[in-house]
Design a protein around this ligand. Structure first.
Ligand SMILES: *Cc1c(COP(=O)(O)O)cnc(C)c1O
Length: 459
């Protein structure tokens, strides 16, 4: 690789001079320089200094089978030699998206049998929004086009993704969202439950916010509700088990479609293939991306339920939407191999029966008791640690978010990659982690919390 002819300093200078990064303050980046990751293997990433870091985020929620899998490289190589690209427009297809669609229909909830491909989660949510609105037009109800989402939701960063999402900072820079999308409260008990309110009751109350928004608009004006089963970028917010079944009941009552954004939770993270199965619900669309290829290729799949596809097929007419790379043969070949490995190694069952429960117990027993920690929570291999100044009152450090960044920086310096979002540390390890890897992570996080606490006391 040619980068080996450059020093770290040179790479950082070139990066600062020419490369604009996602979700980055470029003034800050120029001052600090970027961390350059050069290679990775198994559960570890390595930077240009040779530092080994345990990757508690699976890249960005995606590298579920871990790094360095030759089989995926070989699948891509073979497909590139045979047919690197052909489109799926104009009544053509190529073999790998055909076979991947069949596989996805097999593992998806049984009422879901069709797939629309893109290259990213954001694109898949664009497709979902277009498709759901198109559905109601075909059904002769064009005025039924409002989408209900939630505050702090993350649905990607295209204009449609940002509009569907509930991130204020992103909306501020948008200069006009896609019209007719509203945001209701999130099911985040740690901060939003009332004193004495049970988790169960809080879940029902958070679901009621969806019903209120439907009634406010009028059911004949509402197309769909969209949500992440577990809010990811918003801070691994795990809803009470009462929430999703109640949201589904409400959607059915008012004939509102249910759209799940499983870009993070899809393909095993919660201990089932899809979190729809974990929460026992039957959505009309499931957005997936990230772990579909374990991040080895950019690919998204919008899984579409029978209700929508039968209307598409019966009523006919062109759906005027698609991407050059929809059903990309190489990305689909990699996805097929990735799913084969997840299955062959029993990763989904392992998360459900072994590593998921072990991860939950480890966080409870080794992290929750720390002075800086207000709460730990997890589902499958997805977890959060709330950083507080005072455990009892849940008071946070000021300025908001600063303490979590301190913890994160110590964690990385001690060989542990995790993310800080607001005052919450989040974890999304590869599904190939073992109990030993979880032990190692807890030890490093504990150390980072101690060091951060010493820092914060000094301030
Ligand atoms: C990452 C993410 C997206 C966006 O996916 P991109 O591939 O970055 O466009 C959408 N929804 C959720 C829940 C995500 O976590």
């Amino acid at each position: 690789m040619t980068y080996q002819n450059y020093s770290l300093k040179q790479l950082q200078q070139i990066d600062a001079a020419h490369h604009l990064h996602p979700f980055t303050d470029h003034k800050e980046l120029r001052a600090a320089g970027s961390r350059i990751i050069t290679h990775a293997n198994g559960a570890f990433i390595y930077d240009s200094e040779g530092t080994e870091i345990l990757d508690g985020m699976a890249g960005l929620w995606c590298v579920n089978i871990g790094y360095g899998r030759d089989e995926l490289a070989e699948a891509a190589y073979a497909q590139m030699k045979e047919l690197p690209y052909y489109n799926s427009f104009f009544k053509t297809s190529t073999p790998t998206p055909v076979l991947l669609s069949k596989k996805l229909a097999e593992i998806a909830p049984k009422h879901i049998n069709q797939v629309f491909y893109g290259s990213s989660g954001s694109e898949a949510n664009d497709t979902a929004l277009r498709l759901v609105r198109h559905y109601w037009v075909l059904e002769g109800k064009p005025e039924k086009n409002r989408i209900i989402s939630r505050k702090m939701a993350y649905h990607g960063s295209t204009v449609a993704g940002t509009s569907l999402g509930g991130m204020d900072a992103m909306h501020k820079q948008l200069g006009g969202a896609v019209p007719n999308i509203v945001h209701v409260m999130m099911p985040y008990a740690y901060e939003l439950a009332l004193p004495g309110e049970s988790d169960h009751d809080f879940g029902l109350r958070a679901a009621k916010a969806v019903e209120d928004a439907i009634l406010e608009a009028g059911a004949d004006k509402v197309a769909a509700f969209i949500g992440e089963p577990v809010m990811g970028a918003g801070g691994v917010k795990i809803p009470p088990m009462s929430y999703w079944p109640e949201v589904q009941r409400i959607c059915r009552k008012y004939d509102v479609l249910l759209m799940l954004d499983e870009v993070i939770t899809g393909y095993g993270r919660t201990g089932e293939w899809f979190a729809a199965q974990t929460f026992g619900i039957e959505p009309d669309t499931i957005t997936t991306a990230k772990a579909l290829t374990s991040g080895y290729q950019p690919l998204s799949a919008l899984l579409v339920g029978d209700r929508i596809t039968s209307t598409l097929v019966e009523k006919g007419g062109e759906f005027n939407h698609g991407y050059t790379y929809s059903g990309h043969p190489v990305a689909c070949a990699v996805a097929l191999k990735n799913l084969e490995i997840i299955e062959r190694e029993g990763m989904v069952d392992r998360v459900r029966n072994d590593t998921g429960p072990y991860f939950a117990k480890a966080l409870q027993e080794r992290i929750a008791g720390h002075d800086l920690v207000g709460e730990v929570r997890s589902i499958g291999l997805m977890g959060a640690i709330e950083i507080v100044k005072d455990k009892a009152t849940k008071e946070r450090f000021l300025p908001s978010g600063s303490a979590a960044v301190t913890v994160r920086d110590h964690a990385i310096a001690n060989g542990m990659m995790l993310r800080a979002t607001g005052d919450t540390m989040i974890l999304s390890p590869p599904l190939m982690w073992t109990r030993d890897t979880i032990d190692m992570a807890c030890e490093r996080i504990g150390k980072a919390l101690d060091l951060a606490q010493a820092d914060l006391r000094k301030r």
